[in-house]
Design a binder for this molecule. Structure first.
Ligand code: IMP
Ligand code: MG
Length: 184
């Protein structure tokens, strides 16, 4: 375990097992469609998505969307900023949006609105983690890796100030390592 972690919430083995299950489920659900376009929200979902797509046994197209969602003490919740959008044509396609974590849901909601505007045949949401009881908007993921408590987590793509994305597990950051407490 990394010395900045207070405890491990999801081990590397648990992550790999669950990602395999999700891949199997997505393969079954999209098998009849004959078409799948994956849109990954980067940077956070990079590690999850790279593992997940290798567990999906279907032809698929991949694109990314770069989004920055942040919060500070003066502004309540800023609308997530779209820094770079998808290049693939999504019209009439079956689109699966992949994100690292659904907290308030605002990032996912905003991104799904943009993707829905491109006229996909269907749009589903897959998140690795879901923080229960934190939702501020009426959006629900179709696929969830793990429900987690309301604690700040890092690893497996999730960062604190761009650190810890390369940890193979998901862990709760020590409070001392969360200084300053502004993290997005
Ligand atoms: P939401 O818009 O409140 O749902 O926040 C989603 C974004 O906030 C995620 O894509 C992450 O980038 C970030 N985030 C939320 N909770 C955590 C966490 O516990 N650790 C790291 N990033 C987080
Ligand atoms: Mg982040």
């Amino acid at each position: 375990m990394h010395h900045d972690l207070h405890r491990v919430l999801v081990s590397a083995q648990q992550l790999q097992a669950r990602v395999k299950e999700l891949g199997r489920q997505i393969t079954l659900d999209y098998r009849e469609n004959g078409d799948l376009t994956i849109v990954v929200i980067i940077n956070g979902a990079i590690v999850f998505a790279s593992d997940l797509i290798r567990c999906i046994d279907l032809p698929l197209r991949l694109d990314c969307m770069r989004v920055s969602s942040y919060r500070d003490e003066t502004k309540p919740v800023s609308a997530p900023e779209i820094l770079d959008t998808v290049r693939l044509d999504l019209a009439g396609r079956h689109v699966l949006l992949i994100d690292d974590i659904m907290d308030t849901g605002r990032t996912t909601e905003n991104v799904s609105k943009i993707l829905a505007g491109a006229g996909p045949a269907s749009l589903r949401i897959c998140v690795l983690l879901e923080k229960k009881g934190r939702r501020e908007v009426g959006i629900n993921p179709d696929y969830v890796g793990f429900q987690i408590p309301d604690e700040f987590v890092v690893g497996y793509g999730l960062d604190f100030a761009e650190q810890y994305r390369n940890l193979p597990m998901i862990g709760v950051l020590r409070p001392e390592a969360q200084n300053p407490p502004v993290w997005r």
